[in-house]
Design a protein around this ligand. Structure first.
Ligand code: NAP
Length: 458
């Protein structure tokens, strides 16, 4: 796959980028290694200063950065700006909290281990490889990079091939803020070159955000190399609505939860499981609101839903919908691609789904919602847990017993009650089952790429 910026709203290739040869990749890993040796001697205060300065730079450039994100992957401009500012928030969060998360932790009762004193120290691992997707070209990377750099690690980035300008922006951002040269390096390489990078002895660990097949491949290389890995993979999150829920708020949030980022979010709600008592009313509001969305140029302020990021992504999505419709699914809104240039797809709502349809098990990465009628909480839970994924979930209920039931029983990395799933620096983020392993964000995220060193003194 060529490394190129192609505008998904028009299908026009704007710029191609030559890939790095082996010598260039080797040099960049070397720069990251040298930077690690120099970061090793810095303290939290210095790193926090540089991280704050990097955040200030990104904040001051948020408008230009937003245009770049929209050009490369088609999200509406306002959402692109919100992404840039969310990155700023995350950078400041780790600048302020890294030291607290990683300070030495004394054992309360050292005598229990025969010591006069004992503590845990968190130390960086070295150069970490990040393999990242295009859907949030900045956020996915910063979510890893801000804590990793604050812990004293350095990074090399293999970004998705369709967002090279975003990747190159990240190549210099931290250096411009004051981090040692080479602290974060973008490798312009294809996915086939990832194996050699991960096998390089200077690279100590890997984090991947992306699809299940990519995760399988990279996690197995990491396993062979006995290197730490964190996997943030796909999801098919359930959004459960029970009779005690506030119906209009639930339906309005359902639409947002499905179509944010043009429907291309791992934590987007994808399957809507609605209690039979309120199903018809919910379905009518949901279908109307999906049909009312404005699909168009993502640079226009009035646009709700832009194009899919790639032509193949739209083809895959259309195949899932066509398969369901051919097997008897009912189309309550949308149902097909938009004619004309660009990779637009109508906001779509499907119902009457049956187990032989691919859409029941597979992730819909675009503005397509699946609606299920459920008889009771047990049926809602069964359908919610029936996919191989387990990223996040949302439950709309005002019944305490129901809330506790779903919180306990849902196989997911998060449960959001009366709201839609969102990531934030303060809460750990990640999945179970085929949605991956490890956590990003919060204290858990910064500790993933640390040596947790036990220190014991007689
Ligand atoms: P993808 O095809 O897996 O690509 C993600 C990254 O992995 C890209 O940099 C890609 O490079 C690289 N890659 C692909 N196959 C690889 C392989 N075999 N070995 C090494 N690297 C490989 O995913 P995508 O289509 O860009 O993103 C959509 C998927 O990501 C969805 O499933 C979504 O749910 C998931 N996602 C998960 C999270 C989360 O936090 N859990 C967040 C966002 C997205 P190329 O571009 O060069 O192919």
């Amino acid at each position: 796959m060529a490394i190129a910026t192609t505008n998904p709203a028009t299908g026009e290739t704007i710029k191609e980028f030559p890939t790095d040869d082996t010598a260039t990749t080797d040099r960049k890993i070397g720069e990251a290694q040298t930077a690690f040796e120099s970061l090793h001697d810095t303290d939290f205060a210095a790193r926090a200063r540089w991280m704050q300065a990097s955040a200030d730079i990104l904040e001051s450039e948020a408008d230009e950065v937003a245009s770049m994100l929209t050009l490369e992957m088609g999200k509406p401009l306002a959402q692109a700006k919100a992404e840039a500012l969310k990155c700023v928030k995350n950078m400041r969060f780790y600048a302020e909290n890294a030291e607290g998360f990683l300070s030495d932790e004394p054992l309360a009762n050292p005598a229990a281990v025969g010591a006069s004193g004992a503590y845990v120290r968190y130390q960086p691992l070295g150069v970490i490889l990040a393999v990242m997707p295009w859907n949030y070209p900045l956020w996915q990377v910063i979510r890893f990079a801000a804590p990793a750099l604050m812990a004293g690690n350095t990074g090399v980035l293999k970004h998705a091939s369709n967002v090279p300008q975003s990747a190159l922006y990240l190549d210099t951002l931290f250096e411009r803020g004051g981090f040692p040269s080479g602290s974060f390096r973008t490798l312009l390489i294809g996915s086939r070159e990832v194996k050699a990078v991960l096998e390089d002895s200077r690279v100590r660990a890997v984090t991947l955000t992306g699809s299940e097949p990519a995760g399988r491949s990279v996690a197995s290389i990491a396993g062979e190399q006995i290197k730490k890995s964190v996997m943030e993979l796909g999801g098919s999150d359930p959004f459960i609505v029970m009779p005690s829920a506030e119906l209009d708020a639930a339906a309005t949030t359902a639409v947002k939860a499905r179509v944010q980022n043009n429907g291309q979010s791992c934590i987007a709600a994808k399957r809507f499981l609605v209690h039979t008592d309120i199903y018809d009313a919910f379905a009518a509001i949901f279908a109307q609101k999906m049909s009312d969305l404005i699909v168009g140029d993502p640079m226009d302020a009035g646009t709700d839903v832009g194009p899919l990021a790639t032509e193949s992504g739209r083809t895959d999505l259309a195949e899932l919908v066509d398969d369901a419709v051919a097997k008897g699914a009912k189309v309550l809104a949308g149902g097909s691609a938009v004619d004309g240039p660009g990779w637009f797809y109508q906001p779509t709502l499907l119902s009457e789904l049956t187990d032989e349809m691919r859409i029941v098990q597979e992730e819909t990465f675009g503005p397509v919602a699946s609606l299920y009628r459920v008889a009771d909480r047990e049926e809602a839970l069964r359908i919610a847990n029936q996919t191989t994924f387990g990223l996040s979930s949302a439950v709309w209920t005002n019944d305490d017993a129901e809330e506790e039931f779903f919180t306990r029983e849902l196989e997911a990395g998060a449960v959001f009650i009366n709201g839609m799933t969102a990531s934030s620096p303060e809460l750990p983020f990640g999945g179970v089952k085929a949605s991956g392993f490890g956590r990003e964000l919060a204290a858990e995220g910064i500790r993933e790429f640390c040596n947790v060193k036990s220190v014991w003194r007689r």
